[in-house]
Ligand binder design. Structure first.
Ligand code: NAP
Length: 321
């Protein structure tokens, strides 16, 4: 009997690849153009999808497709409506990556407060000199962290930062009384969060409502000493306004793991700034987390190929109707 076909467009853990190979014929292809993807999806039964755009045209072309397993938690790159219409399951890998993304967020906060990157450069460029001491950093204690989007990752950030005795505030679509009580985190309006925060962590998904939610006007409310950290999606910030705000020292700095275009083009002016710390979309990038994500995605694909419902379903209407 012919094995079902699975296209994989991201880097998966070898253990998970071994497992899926028992059930399916796999093809691993990353950085495909739309034209190449259109060709590849024609006869596939499942796709394990990285950050490639999977739009209506692709969904309509993939006539045998039963499941789109998003390797990650943000699913702004998948046309959910078209998938549901075509009865294609869309799954994701929530929770297992929240700790890793929160760790990276805390890494940015510490790197800014203690100037870790500059300190490293200071030594390596031969500037360590007792007569010209390295500029002092600042304590985190009593500083304010504002979390925009208090969901799975935002909560993990709050949990970690409690140990630093920072003041915690958040803005989210819904109030979270239990979390407020547990971590002593207080709700603020969006504008007040921007005004009060020394560090801002963006943890909302990219949706029509959150697209460019931080732009020219929002930077005006922020403290000149504020650091903005984005591990969510590049399009939540208007990157051009961010560049202006950083260049004009309207804010003190930005830690960015995600960008409007990825990989960020080498001629992007953001790359020339001194007050940024940039990482190449590595929020979930640890060996342990990627293994958990890989197994989660593969298990859902196998379930669907066996005629069962996947566990981590996004388009729940598909089973409720
Ligand atoms: P989540 O649990 O869904 O949390 C997102 C939070 O944002 C929720 O609390 C949500 O609503 C809130 N929210 C949604 N729309 C909003 C709006 N318009 N205004 C204010 N708050 C809004 O998602 P998560 O697992 O924490 O992940 C968050 C995002 O991180 C993902 O969507 C993904 O894009 C990104 N991510 C990046 C990486 C990376 O590698 N850098 C890795 C994983 C995830 P409520 O307040 O109603 O709960």
């Amino acid at each position: 009997m012919m094995k079902p076909k699975v296209l994989i467009t991201c880097m998966m853990a070898p253990e998970a690849l071994k497992k899926i190979k028992l059930f399916a014929e796999i093809k691993i292809k990353s950085s495909l153009s739309k034209k190449q993807l259109l060709k590849e999806v024609k006869d596939i039964d499942a796709v394990i999808l990285g950050t490639d755009n999977f739009d209506r045209e692709l969904i309509n072309s993939a006539t045998r497709l039963k499941i789109i397993a998003r390797f990650g938690v943000g699913y702004n790159n998948v046309d959910i409506k078209s998938s549901t219409r075509k009865k294609i399951f869309v799954t994701y890998t929530p929770n297992v990556l929240s700790d890793a993304v929160a760790d990276l967020t805390v890494g940015f906060i510490l790197a800014f407060s203690r100037k870790i990157i500059q300190a490293n450069d200071h030594i390596k460029t031969g500037n360590w000199n007792e007569n010209a001491p390295f500029p002092l950093g600042s304590d985190l204690k009593n500083k304010t962290l504002g979390i925009i989007g208090l969901g799975r990752i935002g909560i993990k950030v709050a949990e970690r930062v409690c140990a630093f005795n920072m003041r915690l505030i958040y803005f989210s679509r819904t109030r979270k009384n239990r979390i407020e009580e547990k971590y002593g985190i207080k709700f603020r309006t969006f504008k007040n969060l921007l005004k009060e925060s020394d560090y801002i962590s963006i943890n909302v998904p990219l949706t029509k409502e959150t697209e460019r939610m931080i732009g020219k006007e929002e930077f005006k409310f922020m403290k000149k000493t504020a650091f903005l950290i984005n591990t969510a999606r590049g399009d939540v910030i208007d990157q051009q306004s961010l560049h202006q705000a950083l260049r004009n020292k309207r804010i003190a700095g930005a830690g960015l793991d995600v960008f409007q275009q990825e990989p960020i083009p080498l001629n992007d002016p953001i790359l020339k700034l001194q007050n940024v710390i940039l990482t190449p979309h590595i929020g979930s990038g640890t060996v342990e987390t990627r293994l958990s994500m890989s197994l989660m995605a593969v298990n859902d694909v196998i379930r669907v190929l066996e005629g069962k419902r996947p566990i981590h379903l996004i388009n729940k209407d598909l089973v409720e109707n």
